[in-house]
Design a protein. Sequence first.
Length: 290
Amino acid sequence: MTGTALAGRTPAGTGTSRHPLSGALAARRPLVCGILNVTPDSFSDGGRFDGLDRAVEHGRTLAAEGADLIDIGGESTRPGSRPPTLAEELDRVVPVVEALVRQVPVPLSVDTSRPEVMRAAVAAGASMVNDVRALQRPGALEAAAQLGVPVCLTHMQRSPETMQRDPRYQDVVVEVRTFLAERTRACLDAGIRPEHLVVDPGFGFGKTLSHNVALLASLDAFTGLGVPVMVGLSRKSMLGQLTGRDVGDRLPGSLAAALVAVQRGASVLRVHDVAATRDVLAVLDAVGPV
Ligand code: YH5
């Protein structure tokens, strides 16, 4: 983990103020990123947060539970899902960012692959971009570089529509690490500051259970890239496959996965259950480094 990771909230490298995330990363404490889905079909909550008020209320809850940041997403990347139109995605995400930025003292991240949504969300107050397509869409890399905010790059094989149709790798850890190294290089070449980069192996994004388990077991392979590692394991199907539990009963599996991830070097945990995850980290912290 780099000491200055995620420093600098001010646009395009103009200012000297530090990103609110940088202190926690410098303190070597794993960060908890709360998930705020603003999709009508939001898989983990049955679409309960389809209205603006409910989404904002849930964001306030995540902050009150101790989230270090809140990731707001308007595209369902559930396997087989079809993407929203640009207008739909903007309509879902931007009002939530606008409202929440005034109500919570926590930095907001936008989970999007579209440059237009990145720009609109940052203009509305978001201070990080989380892109499961690792800034590969036309214009996304340039938009992120211009915005001057921290960026999370995630690995995905193919697209959400097709990614779970027979995913294959020669060596999943090597291939995902190589991809993330290439995208990190592309970001640096585009002028994104190294301390603004985070990488994520993309659990569930074009991976079988054995691919996901191999990535979790070898997570320390990604810390060698020299930037913080984020993981999104919370409630995912790999935990359903390992435990036999439906999505609503995956909290114990999610907490075990979070613990393993931190012990193998994860710096940011993207989770639904912020309070419970904080409890795991409190116990881990009392024991000290592995
Ligand atoms: C991620 O891993 N994932 S959206 C299926 C589930 C539960 C949750 C029911 N955005 C990631 O959260 N961003 C998403 O099973 C992400 N890393 C990063 N950086 C999918 C999701 C989910 C999918």
